[in-house]
Design a protein around this ligand. Structure first.
Ligand SMILES: Nc1ncnc2c1ncn2[C@@H]1O[C@H](COP(=O)(O)OP(=O)(O)OP(=O)(O)O)[C@@H](O)[C@H]1O
Ligand SMILES: [Mg+2]
Length: 388
């Protein structure tokens, strides 16, 4: 695949050193890498995805498995509860130089594990929710996402929100402000709260909701711009954000005033339904396979995978463009197994053209042979990583 004319310069985000402590299957692990893509090869259960999960926790949130944070703490067989908090430390190279990032479960005074996360950037404590996305960018694709187009809109919304968060670190704050205001409005509607209280909460909900919807729309525009160069091995896709709020917008309208007005008019309907029926929390990401002229959900399993890879590569490209050419870390779990030889070669070429340090896992090292010296490889066995 040929790179588009706008070459993306280095340096990309690259993990040069990774240290894990009490993380899933790893009591302790240290790994050094150069800036090239990384291939992790090992048998089922060897601990490959655990490494990717640890890397995903260099960004805010619950990581690529999406499980509770305490679940990542190492538990011995038969143990109901983990004994020690997990910690991940990394030396990350990026466009602004090198950073030491540390994150882990925040210890509680009583010694129990909490669901809260602590983060340190260059040794200084910082809020995990914002500081991490300002320091390191991470985009991932896992086998669990293979059903993204078939399942409920919630998964696609989370996918879109995660991408948005990596472009705009403030997105998470707007999303929580919106959710909070929506819950509070529902409580007031149920309890018969005073009208001016409801007015005030609806104003908050409209402001945060509009910011949320606008940030998602900007992400979709960025993706559209970077989906175009992906020709050949990956299908051309059209994307759109659908939903009650998005579909009733017209260019140039004052979205916030209209949203407030809509909320005021829908009080009874929403109170009866027990939930807000209108707003950006109902949004969905609609993806169409242009070559087939069909929505993604109607495409074959392989076509859906190719569409998804195309979206993730477009996101990586768009992020590099938005960040002085620095591609995000790409975490691609079991990526090679799903692709035929032509698509695999195209994927590797695209990763190298973007300049991303992509972390790829597989049980069969031969599937990565095409990368040759363009990547570094490690065998994962018995909780240790050995250079191939
Ligand atoms: N909290 C935990 N504490 C200890 N071990 C764990 C914990 N969570 C998961 N494991 C173990 O980690 C091991 C490695 O899991 P991982 O998913 O990384 O394997 P993998 O190499 O990706 O395998 P596959 O090729 O099947 O995807 C598994 O045997 C799993 O039981
Ligand atoms: Mg795995």
């Amino acid at each position: 695949m040929s790179a588009p004319d706008t070459a993306l310069p280095q340096p990309a985000y690259a993990v040069r050193r990774l240290a894990l402590s009490a993380f899933r299957s790893y009591p302790a692990l240290t790994l050094e890498a150069d800036a090239r893509p990384v291939v992790l090869v090992g048998e089922n259960g060897a601990g490959k995805t655990n490494i990717l999960e640890a890397l995903s926790l260099l960004s805010p949130g619950r990581g690529l498995r999406g499980t509770a944070l305490v679940d990542s703490a190492r538990r011995l067989p038969g143990e109901a509860e983990a004994q020690a908090p997990w910690a991940v430390a990394a030396t990350v190279e990026g466009p602004d130089g090198r950073f030491e990032i540390g994150t882990g479960l925040q210890p509680q005074p009583d010694g129990r594990l909490s669901e809260r996360r602590a983060a340190h950037i260059n040794g200084v404590a910082a809020p995990a929710s914002t500081a991490l996305s300002e320091t390191c960018r991470v985009v991932w694709l896992t086998p669990a996402m293979d059903r993204l187009f078939l399942e409920s809109p919630g998964g696609r919304r989370r996918f879109l929100d995660r991408l948005t968060l990596s472009f705009e670190p403030g997105h998470g704050r707007q999303a929580s402000a919106y959710e909070r205001a929506m819950r509070e409005r529902m409580r007031l509607l149920k309890d018969g709260g005073a009208a001016d209280w409801v007015d005030a909460i609806e104003a908050q909900m409209a402001a945060a909701g509009l910011a949320l919807a606008n940030a998602r729309a900007r992400t979709a525009e960025r993706l559209k711009a970077d989906l175009a160069p992906l020709t050949g091995a990956f299908p051309q896709a059209a994307i759109a954000i659908t939903g009650t709020f998005e579909e009733t917008r017209s260019p140039g309208d004052d979205g916030e005033a209209r949203f407030r007005d809509m909320l005021a008019r829908r009080r009874r309907v929403d109170a009866e339904a027990g939930r807000s029926l209108y707003g950006p929390h109902t949004a969905d990401l609609a993806v169409t396979h242009l070559g087939r002229g069909r929505p993604a959900a109607e495409c074959s399993t392989g076509e859906q995978k190719a569409l998804l890879i195309g979206l993730v590569l477009a996101a990586a490209r768009a992020q590099a463009r938005a960040d002085a050419g620095a591609a995000p870390l790409l975490l691609l779990d079991e990526i090679a197994a799903h692709l035929d030889a032509r698509r695999r070669a195209a994927l590797f070429d695209e990763i190298c053209a973007i300049g991303a340090q992509a972390w790829m896992t597989g049980t069969d090292g031969a599937l990565f042979a095409e990368l040759g010296q363009r990547a570094q490889g490690f065998n994962v066995t018995n909780g240790a990583l050995n250079p191939i």
